[in-house]
Design a protein around this ligand. Structure first.
Ligand code: NAD
Ligand code: DAU
Length: 350
């Protein structure tokens, strides 16, 4: 890998991938293309922003002239495509934003790679990052494997499923050298506080209600973001062309159990009486079409590439909570302005 394009590198997972690759591959040029939506934040990358092997370019994935010109300028041999609208609740409120970035943006990027590489695919690789949500919702038993039929049920997962299909179509039709992965719920530092864990950490800090959707019985499979970034590095280097790899933590939690665990950890860290934060738990109207359970069988990436999570959930949660408590300026910056408007609409006016 000489010239690597990472899309969405200012977001949560993308920033961890950028940092890992900038540090690990000093001889490569890493270009981060991101249009800095509400979820994109250059503060996530201050520690590596001046590295000689790193460049940031602000642009929309859907801008075909801009994206084609970028490919021409840098002669990318590797694309790691993470940019997307990523929050299910926002997709329910504004589905067109998801069609724009996730579907049109992905097709534009595929076109730019195909056009620039001109059927000379030697040493080239287009890696598309996707989600376990494309497989739909599980009952009490079973795991998603790479052959589970697609059954997306939210506008977000439908847009990601659509982008996955386009990526595979470019492989089958044009022989573009693609590889895909579908991952479970990530958590860790730098996650925007619209997602469950950082939102609840922020609310506990400010003694605000903790809005549990429905009965809190939905199950998610949690993976520490740095372990996802490590998997991405392995797959981009060693994953087989045309293949898909499922990534997950083998770490299923019912929402309400996870929230109670978080409350206990926060009470300890904040020196509050045990049970104080749990009193903030408030059951609210369920998310429309709320998928009951996601759980990943990550056997293939483990067998073929030797990947497995490196931190336990207890360790990962501890690191995460400590990061938010230490980075209160980051939290303040991202929870002012537009966030307050989003929060009111999503939680106070629904
Ligand atoms: P995020 O919302 O934190 O970041 C997305 C980034 O993409 C932001 O920096 C944003 O500015 C950028 N972006 C969005 N639309 C763009 C556009 N049109 N042009 C250029 N940049 C644009 O997302 P995340 O949680 O880091 O997720 C990254 C990827 O991983 C997504 O593709 C998501 O579907 C996938 N994924 C996420 C999770 C998770 O738990 N967060 C799990 C599995 C897969
Ligand atoms: O599974 C992978 C997916 O995980 C990614 O593709 C998505 O980008 C990512 O956002 C995440 O989707 P979820 O919908 O599972 O994550 P979220 O953090 O929004 O919600 C986790 C669970 O918590 C879910 O069952 C809904 C519930 N929840 C969430 C919020 C924000 C609440 O009960 N209350 C809340 O306020």
């Amino acid at each position: 890998m000489k010239n690597i394009l990472i899309t969405g590198g200012a977001g949560f997972i993308g920033s961890h991938v950028v940092r890992l690759l900038v540090n690990k591959y000093p001889g490569s040029t890493i270009v981060n293309l991101d249009n800095l939506t509400y979820a994109g934040n250059l503060l996530n990358l201050t520690d590596i922003e001046n590295r000689p092997n790193y460049r940031f370019v602000k642009n929309d994935l859907v801008d075909d002239e801009g994206v084609f010109a970028l490919f021409k300028e840098f002669s990318f041999d590797t694309v790691i495509h993470l940019a997307a609208e990523s929050h299910v609740d926002r997709s329910i409120a504004n589905p067109m934003d998801f069609v724009h970035s996730n579907v049109l943006g992905t097709v534009n990027l595929l076109n730019a790679a195909k056009f620039t590489w001109k059927d000379n695919y030697e040493g080239k690789r287009f890696y598309h990052i996707s989600t376990d949500e494309v497989y739909g919702s599980l009952g009490d038993k079973g795991l998603f494997t790479e052959t589970t039929p697609y059954d997306p049920r939210s506008p977000y997962s439908a847009s990601k499923a659509s982008s996955d299909h386009f990526v595979r179509a470019w492989y089958h039709t044009y022989k573009l050298p693609v590889v895909l992965s579908n991952c479970s719920n990530n958590y860790g530092p730098n996650q925007f506080p619209e997602k469950l864990l950082p939102l609840f950490i922020n609310n506990i800090l400010h003694k605000k209600p903790l809005p549990v959707y429905g009965k809190g019985e939905n199950v998610r499979d949690w993976l520490f973001v740095k372990d996802h970034a490590e998997a991405i590095d392995l797959i981009v280097g060693k994953g087989r062309i045309g293949e898909t790899y499922n990534i997950g933590g083998h770490n299923e939690w019912k929402n309400i159990d996870l929230i109670r665990l978080l409350c206990n950890i926060m009470d300890k860290k904040l020196g509050r009486t045990p049970g104080t934060s749990a009193e903030l738990i408030t059951y609210v109207k369920d998310r429309a079409g709320h998928d009951l359970r996601y759980a990943i069988d990550a056997g293939k990436v483990q067998r073929e590439l030797g990947w497995k999570p490196s931190v336990t959930f207890e360790e990962g949660l501890e690191i995460t909570v400590d990061w938010y408590l230490t980075n209160d300026q980051w939290l303040q910056q991202v929870t002012s302005g537009d966030y307050m408007q989003y929060y009111r609409k999503q939680y106070e006016e629904r």
